[in-house]
Each structure stands twice: as structure tokens, then as C-alpha cells.
Design a protein around this ligand. Structure first.
Ligand code: ZN
Length: 84
């Protein structure tokens, strides 16, 4: 898919998404906190984020956790070196 077609699809999807629509039975309609996209979900334990933003958030959290772990390792290593 070229970039322009991708952008047009995105614009069309968002235009349709902005129209009033009803969620399927058993689901509720929520607006994504991050990108304002409306989506339907049956799982109310989730924070209101669309699939795209949620997966980006998970990746960001995983990266932050990895960085924090690396920092802890670094601190532990420094502490070990300083003890000698
Ligand atoms: Zn979103």
C-alpha cells in the first residue's frame, strides 16, 4: 500500500468513525483516550483505548520497564564495584 492510499483510508475510516453508530449487542461504545477514535468493546476492565493505542502503550511500558531494569542492573553493578 502506498502512503497516500494509506492516508486516504485513514481519513475515510475516521470520517465513518465520527458518524453516529451503535455498538454490537453486548458491547459498549468508548472513545479512545489517546486518539479520540470510537470503538466497541465488551471488556470494561480495559482503559478506554483503541487496539492501536493500547498496543503502542504496552510497547512503551515494556520499553520503560526494560530501561528501568537496565538502570537497576547498572546501579547494582556500581554498588558492587564501590564495595571493593
Ligand atoms: Zn487510539
Amino acid at each position: 500500500m502506498n502512503e497516500r492510499a494509506g492516508w486516504e483510508n485513514e481519513a475515510i475510516t475516521r470520517a465513518i468513525n465520527a458518524e453516529p453508530w451503535q455498538p454490537p449487542p453486548g458491547m459498549v461504545k468508548l472513545q479512545c483516550l489517546d486518539c479520540r477514535f470510537w470503538f466497541a468493546t465488551a471488556d470494561l476492565r480495559l482503559m478506554p483505548r483503541c487496539v492501536d493505542c493500547e498496543s503502542q502503550r504496552q510497547q512503551r511500558l515494556a520499553r520503560q520497564e526494560a530501561e528501568a531494569a537496565a538502570e537497576r542492573n547498572h546501579q547494582n553493578y556500581r554498588a558492587l564495584l564501590l564495595r571493593k
